[in-house]
Structure formats: structure tokens, C-alpha cells
Design a protein around this ligand. Structure first.
Ligand code: MN
Length: 240
């Protein structure tokens, strides 16, 4: 994959995860469809299922607080951070590709806004299967699905403090597992492993502490039962 195709691919990846997603009215949000849109370039996404849909892997209260307070908080702070600048109308993927030239507020809040959108969409209460093409790529890059699962779980478990684990499609077409601190992601030009994020796992304590307390590994194991492989396969296809 050449550089230009890679950049285009990242754009598609974003389009796929930020489809028209303004919250419906009457949900207590400050930002809803009936108000004059305050932020033309960016919008807060709907959760694609109900708060209790992923029980028992992810409990309803965690999901509500995580989405409605943490994720919404990142969105609002991001909007404040970019207010009045050209970033108001700059796609997130472009902001990330030049992240080293932006301030830490844009980095943390923009990452928090984007990463959670990606995360909600790569979870599902439905039982789904990875496409043959994705399974084949996982085999090529990791030797087997079990080996991939082991590497990913280890990356998630050993991320010190707060951060994310990722399955990343690299520029050369191979897959790689990585983890990032805080709200960084593989689209950022300062990430150690860069590429298109196909699968995300939030390992901040706020993602699991109510149900799992300090047992992050139990949360990681439960995560495997609610992955939306259809979505992950779609991201792989669109980026490939
Ligand atoms: Mn989170």
C-alpha cells in the first residue's frame, strides 16, 4: 500500500465510524438535533445499542457512565479546545495525522472523542464472525487466531495506567497488536505503531472498575464475547 492510498484509507476508516450520529432530542443532551448545530464539523454519536445490551460482559451502569459522562465529556472538551480554530472543520483523521503539531488538550480530548466512538462500534450483543479475509490476515500476521488473542490480551493487560489496546492494519498490509497510553491512537503521527485501527479495547479503570474492580484481566476475557467481528471485518475490507 503506498502512502497516498494509506492516507485515503484512513479517511474511509473515519467515515465508517462517524456516520450521521447526532443524538436524538429529549435525551437530556445539550447537543441535539432540534437545536442549531453548534459544531458543524463534529458530532457526538449515538450508542448503537442500549446500556444493558452487553450484559453481563459490560454492565449497564458502567456503560451509561462511560458513554454519557466520559465519552460526552471528551466530546465537549474537544469542542472547547478547537473552538474558533480551523480544526472545527478538520476531519479527525487529518488532525491525528498532524497531532505532533497540536497541543495536549486537542490530543487528549480528540483522542477520547474518537476512540470511544470506535470502541462502541466494535462491540455488539449479536454473535458475529470475522470474514474469511480477516481471519486469513490474522493467521498470516500472528500464526493463529489464538496467538493473536493472546498478544492482544497481553497488550491490554500490561498497559501501565490508562490506555488502549489495538489491532492495527499497518501501511505494508500486515496486522499488528499495539497499545497506547491515555487517549492516543494508531492514527496519531506520534504513535509507536501507526496504521488503521481495526479493533479497540479501552483499559482505563473507568471502563471496568464498577464490575471488575482491579481484575482487568477478567474484563479483557469478557471483551472477547462481545466483539463485533462484522464491524472489524468491515473496517479491514475498507482499509485494505
Ligand atoms: Mn473510556
Amino acid at each position: 500500500m503506498n502512502r497516498r492510498k494509506f492516507v485515503n484509507t484512513m479517511g474511509l476508516g473515519l467515515a465508517a465510524t462517524s456516520l450521521p450520529t447526532v443524538l436524538l432530542a429529549n435525551n437530556g443532551s445539550d447537543y441535539n438535533r432540534d437545536e442549531e448545530a453548534p459544531f458543524p464539523g463534529h458530532s457526538f454519536p449515538d450508542l448503537p445499542y442500549s446500556y444493558n445490551a452487553l450484559e453481563p460482559a459490560i454492565d449497564s451502569m458502567t456503560m451509561e457512565i462511560h458513554y454519557d459522562r466520559h465519552h460526552r465529556g471528551y466530546f465537549k472538551k474537544f469542542m472547547t479546545a478547537i473552538k474558533g480554530s480551523e480544526l472545527e472543520n478538520t476531519p479527525l483523521t487529518k488532525i491525528f495525522s498532524l497531532m505532533s503539531s497540536h497541543n495536549s488538550s486537542v490530543r487528549n480530548t480528540g483522542g477520547g472523542f474518537y476512540n470511544h466512538t470506535l470502541f462502541w462500534n466494535n462491540l455488539s450483543p449479536e454473535k458475529t464472525k470475522a470474514s474469511p479475509e480477516l481471519l486469513s490476515a490474522i493467521d498470516s500476521s500472528f500464526g493463529s487466531f489464538e496467538s493473536f488473542k493472546e498478544q492482544f490480551s497481553k497488550a491490554a493487560a500490561t498497559r501501565f495506567g490508562s490506555g488502549w489496546a489495538w489491532l492495527v492494519l499497518q501501511r505494508d498490509g500486515s496486522l499488528k497488536v499495539s497499545s497506547t497510553p491515555n487517549q492516543d491512537n494508531p492514527l496519531m503521527d506520534l504513535a509507536d505503531i501507526q496504521g488503521v485501527p481495526l479493533l479497540a479495547l479501552d483499559v482505563w479503570e473507568h471502563a471496568y472498575y464498577l464490575k471488575y474492580q482491579n481484575k482487568r484481566t477478567s474484563y479483557i476475557e469478557a471483551f472477547w464475547s462481545v466483539i463485533n467481528w462484522k464491524e472489524v471485518s468491515k473496517r479491514f475490507k475498507e482499509a485494505g
